[in-house]
Write a protein that binds this ligand. Structure first.
Ligand code: HMG
Ligand code: MG
Length: 313
């Protein structure tokens, strides 16, 4: 504890190793009021990689009118060179135009993003759920033909700000349809952070029953109600080994106002380090990166671990 690390006491119910899928440069920066310069975004990715994060979602190829914060996606990747490419550097693409731009930039991994609810599909993708799946189909086919790794997100897995509770079968239906397109991994998004541990278990069981087991699933929890870490540990006890997190706890969706920051990567690493789970991440270096980014954004990190380790209030 004195050295800035938790006391280690292995937890036999958790996996030996967890892959952290870092979303700070994308989910984090898409929701900031200020637009971060491309050079700073690229430096953020470099520092995250240097801190030991192997998988980093770097940006989004969506229309600049929809997410002006990430309008410089091509520039960020050009700045990054090799560090921004390969199967461990996914980018968000909603449609074929996004895929064209991503392939032109040389990416090796993309993520499509569907919604479990009609209202959020309409607000975030300007489509019905069915129309958005039709939009994704050629993206997945063409990406796979090009040898590109594909992740599929499903948002609003536990609750929707307009529709309220979301039936499990509805989430499983959209998730399995996205996987049937040919995606390699499914990330379950609690976009507005309302889910709790029993719901997590129930949803994972429901996916397993429909043939999508935990080895193909990642969890993506926003921390609006402080449940993200508890929900993540529940998923890990249920066989999941890929966890989305955002350094410094940045994050949110501009098309769902009640979405706040993601699970902070530092909070996750503290918990996993303590439980003897390998992540490959150097916590001290990660905290330094958060502090550096917070200076650029002009506001302190909401991460409890960052605040505790930097003496912030
Ligand atoms: P639309 O307005 O219906 O698009 O938006 P369109 O196909 O009618 O095209 C309109 C114009 O945009 C056209 O240009 C296209 O060429 C252009 P014009 O002919 O008028 O000059 N265009 C593009 N330009 C650049 N890149 C592109 C592109 N596509 C079209 N890719 C669309 C439909 C799906 C594009 C839009 O709704 C969209 O991009 N939505 C994404 C919004 C977004 O990024 N939200 C945040 C990410 S999701 C999230 O955060 C949740 C997640 O974290 C998981 C969780 O937490 O649950 C993943
Ligand atoms: Mg998100």
């Amino acid at each position: 504890m004195d050295n800035g690390l938790p006391q280690r006491e292995p937890d036999a119910e958790l996996p030996d190793r967890v892959t952290i899928y870092e979303v700070g440069p994308r989910d984090g920066l898409q929701n900031e009021k200020s637009v971060v310069p491309a050079a700073v975004k690229a430096e953020f990715v470099r520092r995250l990689a240097a801190a030991g994060l192997e998988t980093i979602e770097t940006t989004s190829f969506v229309p600049p009118t929809w997410v002006p914060q990430l309008a410089d996606a091509s520039e960020v990747l050009a700045e990054l060179g090799q560090v921004g490419l390969g199967r461990r550097r996914p980018v968000l693409v909603p449609n074929e135009r996004g895929l064209d731009r991503a392939l032109e930039a040389g990416v090796g991994a993309v993520a499509i993003f569907g919604s479990a609810t009609e209202t959020f599909a309409r607000k975030n993708l300007n489509r019905t759920v069915a129309e958005s799946i039709e939009m994704f189909a050629p993206v997945v086919t063409r990406a796979r033909d090009a040898g590109v790794w594909v992740r599929a997100y499903v948002s609003m897995c536990f609750g929707d700000p307009w529709e309220g509770p979301v039936p499990v079968e509805q989430v499983v239906d959209v998730g399995t349809r996205l996987m049937d397109l040919g995606a390699d991994q499914l990330s379950l998004g609690d976009t507005i952070g309302v889910g709790t541990t029993g719901q997590v278990r129930r949803l994972l069981d429901a996916f397993s029953a429909r043939g999508v087991g935990p080895e193909r699933i990642a969890v993506h929890f926003h921390d609006t109600y402080g449940q993200a870490l508890a929900n993540t540990l529940t998923a890990l006890r249920h066989g999941v080994t890929v966890v989305d997190a955002s350094t410094g706890g940045l994050g949110g969706c501009p098309y769902a106002k009640s979405a706040t920051g993601n699970l902070a990567t530092e909070d996750l690493v503290w918990a996993l380090d303590g439980a003897g789970v390998t992540t490959g991440v150097d916590l001290a270096q990660l905290v330094k990166t958060s502090v550096w980014m917070a200076e650029h954004l002009g506001r302190p990190s909401p991460s409890r671990v960052v605040r505790a380790l930097t003496g912030g209030d």
